[in-house]
Design a protein around this ligand. Structure first.
Ligand code: ZN
Length: 160
């Protein structure tokens, strides 16, 4: 069975940046399961997998535009410390959920100076060219329930 919309795909992958550093990998754990055509994975990777089948191995280079987007300076903001109610000791590296212009987003504290806290709402991989080594391990038809939920159920997917 070939990869197409409304099919569930299982892949093993290793993600490296352009310096060859491994950023993420499924090796040693269960393959990643995703519902093709539902936007579960980044567009550049999803597009490259169309028509592939079990056992296929591929290397995919994904530009920031087809990955996690370009870094945006507008997503870097300074907010007063009092905005972090209930958090005693704010340190760089801490991340929080915040309400952004386009809905909920995750921000990471990058700097704390006096009463001002700098937060960065860019995805950690924004601006990075991503290199995926992928092996397709299984392709099956999605169930009606999976299609209505927009994600995979069972091993490697959602349990609920
Ligand atoms: Zn579900």
């Amino acid at each position: 069975m070939e990869i197409a919309d409304q099919r569930v795909v299982y892949i093993h992958y290793t993600l490296t940046n352009d310096k060859g550093e491994v950023l993420d990998s499924s090796q040693g754990s269960e393959p990643l399961a995703y519902l093709h055509g539902a936007g579960n994975i980044i567009p550049g990777l999803e597009k490259a997998l169309i028509g592939k089948t079990i056992g296929d191995k591929l290397t995919v280079k994904v530009s920031p535009a087809e990955g996690y987007g370009e870094r945006s300076e507008q997503l870097i903001q300074q907010v007063p410390r009092r905005a972090f109610q209930g958090v005693k000791d704010i340190q760089p590296g801490m991340s929080f959920h915040a309400q952004g212009a386009n809905g909920p987003m995750q921000v990471t504290v990058t700097r704390v100076v006096g009463d001002m806290v700098t937060v960065d709402g860019n995805h950690p991989l924004a601006g990075e060219t991503l290199n995926f080594d992928v092996e397709v391990t299984e392709v099956r038809a999605a169930t009606a329930e999976e299609m209505s939920h927009g994600h995979v159920h069972g091993a490697g997917g959602h349990h609920h």
